[in-house]
Design a protein around this ligand. Structure first.
Ligand code: ADP
Length: 636
């Protein structure tokens, strides 16, 4: 007999286990759900492997046994099993991303805080939940196709042991030595009701024996606790919301209430059925690298094939969870074949269209619900605008933004914005920046307010990348108000142009002076038609990145190049008039160069950009304030 191998749990698991053991979470039932789900996954894997290796085919089943005399509950399967190495890596470390997120969220939290127990239910912490009901757990397991079995034992504290063991057939037995207060789980009816509630759709029989009295005699009966009906093949009226929710939880690993359910049945060239769910909340780990694939399980004629088939849906719709059951694919389809199978492409394009049309419908019929969705996954839709050319028009109708004239938090679509434009407005205006707050103060909005135009606020860094893909909305282009020339209706345009042209001619020398003294900081200095209150602002050339985009790029790469911008001046502003007067009086006055720099810094501050020398700027402001205060008091 080989010796026992004692190993420590990783610290994070110790923390998790400590929590399980001391859990006051009232819904302990979930440990049954989790262990049965693991057993079903193990059988899924074995069944798939048996296509290549028929020797491991079995009469697939999951069995629950209650040993009242010894207070032991056992959940066993004849699935894939684990070898020594897999026992150590799968059970000794946190593999599941949901569990990882759970542990992360605990780190930021006082352990005793009130909602910790609820979090357990939300995440479903997999195998470890066994320790909510048991003070000692054994796993007896033999990997399908191998001859050596292994025994894993732990009291869920610091360590576990692994040793060689005897086991007749492949698969795993999870043996739970129940805590005193968990004896109810030995009861057939208790287990039976948990299975009905959470695991009814599982495609393999979950069996349990129990003793009944028949004609005064004890008769042992072997019952199957679940209906095993593939939930996606049943008619919607037959399935309860609770069953759908349990299924959604099982497939997605999410524990929110699904926002929308989509049943899809395709006939014709491609025959498949799909049951999809759109989540109401983005899971904690949604943007982590390991999560960057959809949550769809692929079946072929009711046989589980894989839960990792990226081709089933484009990446931007990866929030969708559910099953696809195809009648056309071969059962022995390999991973490589899945990658560019034309059937998979067809399914993907059908599902994509359906999801987008369901979202459009939701937006129309239940705006509030749609906005809940949009706040969680709007960013993915924008990603789609950039990557899914064939559905661009549908996706752009699904986008929502805040605008200058609407209250904080109110979202409008591009179409809604377009429809509310005054007749003379030539373009759809938008402004990018990191928050509504900074945008609202932007000098670029002055002329818009004056003309009574609204401006879309784009506060997501991804916006500027994807907006070029929007193209036109009912014949009108999107236009960033702080780039290039804003084109107004002729009647206004003419007047504005004349005014700036006149100012440009009259104050040409001042403008040239400012440009010379700012040097390479600016591309050009000119008079502006967009300012009514501020003295100046900065504008990007039409095809250059905006100031906000430059800040985003700089955050990603410190060495992102500076793109020169245009300093625009307000011809009507008293400051400009005063500078002109000073220039006329004494073109060599050293103050002029200092003021030119301050103008530039002001423009930067107004748009929320950092200035290069805040200390110098403050010193200059302080000296001007001193002059101002002295003037107020009449001091010499
Ligand atoms: P999850 O099932 O979400 O991955 P768990 O903590 O429940 O997380 O399980 C960790 C891993 O242990 C599983 O991914 C699987 O590889 C393995 N495992 C658990 N139960 C079984 C079982 N009954 N048979 C085979 N492997 C199992």
């Amino acid at each position: 007999m080989a010796e026992k191998n004692n190993l420590q749990f990783k610290t994070e698991i110790q923390e998790l286990l400590h929590l399980m053991i001391h859990s006051v979470y009232s819904n302990k039932d979930i440990f049954v759900r989790e262990l049965v789900a693991n057993a079903a996954d193990a059988v899924d894997k074995a069944r798939f492997a048996s296509i290549q290796n028929p020797a491991i085919t079995r009469e697939w089943e999951i069995r629950i046994e209650a040993d009242e005399a010894n207070n032991v509950l056992t959940i066993s399967d004849n699935g894939i099993g684990m070898n020594e190495e897999e026992l150590i890596t799968n059970i000794g470390t946190i593999a599941k991303s949901g569990t990882k997120a759970f542990v992360e969220s605990l780190k930021n939290k006082d352990e005793k805080s009130a909602d910790t127990p609820e979090l357990i239910g939300q995440f479903g912490v997999g195998f470890y939940s066994a320790f909510m009901a048991a003070d000692k757990v054994e796993i007896l397991t033999k990997k399908a196709g191998e001859s050596q079995a292994w025994k894993w034992v732990s009291d869920g504290k610091e360590a576990f042991s692994i040793e060689e063991a005897e086991k007749e057939d492949q698969g795993s037995r999870i043996i739970l030595h129940l805590k005193e207060d968990a004896k109810e789980y030995l009861d057939y009816w208790k287990i039976s009701s948990i299975i009905k509630k959470y695991s009814d759709y599982i495609a393999y029989p979950v069996k349990m024996t129990h003793t009944i009295k028949k004609d005064d005699k004890d008769v042992v009966e072997d019952s199957t606790l679940n209906s095993m009906k593939a939930i996606w093949l049943r008619s919607e009226s037959e399935v309860t919301e609770e069953e759908y929710k349990a299924f959604y939880g099982h497939i997605s690993g999410n524990f929110d209430e699904p926002l929308k359910r989509i049943s899809y049945s395709a006939e014709g060239i491609s025959e498949f059925k799909a049951l999809l769910f759109l989540p109401s909340r983005a899971p904690f780990d949604f943007n982590m690298a390991e999560r960057r694939t959809n949550k769809l399980h692929l079946y072929v004629k009711r046989v589980f094939i894989t839960d990792n088939c990226p081709g089933l849906l484009p990446d931007y719709l990866r929030f969708a969870a559910g099953v696809v059951d195809s009648s056309d694919l071969p059962l022995n389809i390999s991973r490589e074949m899945l990658q560019d199978d034309p059937q998979i492409h067809r399914i993907s394009s059908n599902l994509t269209k359906r999801i987008l049309s369901e979202l459009a419908k939701l937006m129309k019929d239940d705006r509030e619900k749609y906005e809940t969705f949009y706040k969680e996954f709007g960013r993915q839709l924008k990603e789609g605008l950039h990557t899914d050319f064939s559905n661009r028009d549908k996706i752009k109708d699904l986008l929502l933004f805040e605008t200058m004239n609407n209250a904080d938090g109110k979202l409008v679509s591009l179409k809604e914005y377009r429809d509310s434009m005054p007749a003379l407005q030539q373009e759809l205006y938008y402004l990018t920046g990191d928050s509504r707050n900074t945008l609202e103060k932007s000098p670029h909005l002055e002329i818009m307010r004056k003309q009574g135009y609204d401006v879309l606020f784009m506060t997501d860094p991804i916006d500027e990348f994807v907006l070029p893909s929007v193209g036109e909305i009912d014949g009108k282009k999107l236009k960033c108000v702080n780039k290039g020339d804003v084109k107004f209706d002729e009647s206004i345009q003419k007047e504005l142009e004349e005014k700036t042209k006149k100012a440009g001619e009259e104050k040409k020398e001042l403008v040239d002076f400012i440009k010379t003294s700012l040097g390479s900081k600016v591309k050009e200095v000119r008079f502006s038609s967009r300012l009514t209150e501020s003295a100046c602002c900065l504008v990007s050339d039409e095809y250059d990145p905006s100031a906000y985009m430059q800040r985003v790029l700089r955050a990603m790469d410190k060495n992102a190049p500076d793109v020169q911008r245009i300093l625009e001046l307000n011809a009507d502003h008293p400051l400009v008039t005063a500078l002109q007067a000073l220039y006329t009086k004494d073109a060599k006055n050293p103050k002029l160069a200092e003021f030119a720099e301050m103008l530039f810094d002001q423009a930067l501050l107004a748009e929320g950009s950092p200035i290069s020398d805040p200390m110098l700027f403050t010193r200059r402001v302080a000296s001007l304030m001193t002059l101002g205060a002295e003037k107020e008091t009449g001091a010499e």
